[in-house]
Design a protein around this ligand. Sequence first.
Ligand code: MLT
Length: 298
Amino acid sequence: MRLYRRESGTPESARLGTIVFIHGFPLTSEIWQPQLGSLPDGWRGIAPDLRGFGQSPLDAAPEEIPTGKRLGGRIARDDEPVLTMASLADDIALLLERESGDRPEHGLSDHGAAVNHGAAVICGLSMGGYVALELWRRHPALVRGLVLADTRAAADDDEGRENRMRMALKARDAGLRPIASAMLPSLLAPETATHDPDLVDRVRRMILDTPVPTLVAALAGMAARHDATRDLPGIRTPTLVIAGEHDAITPPDTARAMADALPDARLAIVQGAGHLANLENPDAFNAALHDFLEELAP
Ligand code: MLT
């Protein structure tokens, strides 16, 4: 399956490397426009629409996944597809393998060190961060650096899974409109909502355009995701952890704890931003990202 993607640069121009941007829920690759539009020279950017989101087809099967004890039923019903974080991570691995084309997957750098030409910096926001961590777990050789933005390593607790179940029920009954109204205040900082009504409208439109089956499939997949907390000390890949100053979903303290648990991490708090830090304060987000890419450059 081929994912729709936005890009900047070409494989030939990726002198310093490639960065893959993975969007959050229930959004699309559109959120990465401010990053794709200003990548430093020598870097190529690829931002796919995850399976079922934006212009990528859902193309997923029902799956029986454990989602917690107190749910009284499954989030995705027997005939509804499920988007596990593992399947979304495998899609990114395939994208990277195709991207490296017939260049050799493994080789020697000028300094004689083993390099993987298919490896990329993986930048995931929120659900995209869950996918990035899963990609590291399943395909570590493809991950040259990690950017974990407005996300967490922990799995859902029972209350979180029940909230997802309620959201799935509401979406089936009433569509995406009440979901968008309920989500927007927690996605954006209060000052963004006041000062940037165009951004609020764009985010609302992305949510409203999400098909109900995709929403339910991703809710079920997120509810069943692996708890990566214990993986963190073993992630030796250089990592940038980013959080919006006013992120109500994954607050700065969550980001700080994640950065502290990672052996090679730096933390950036994006002032004036909420959960969608890359959209709400792109200049500050990009400054942190570009410093990190400069550190990684060969
Ligand atoms: C997201 O922004 O991707 C969501 O807040 C993730 C989640 O619901 O856990």
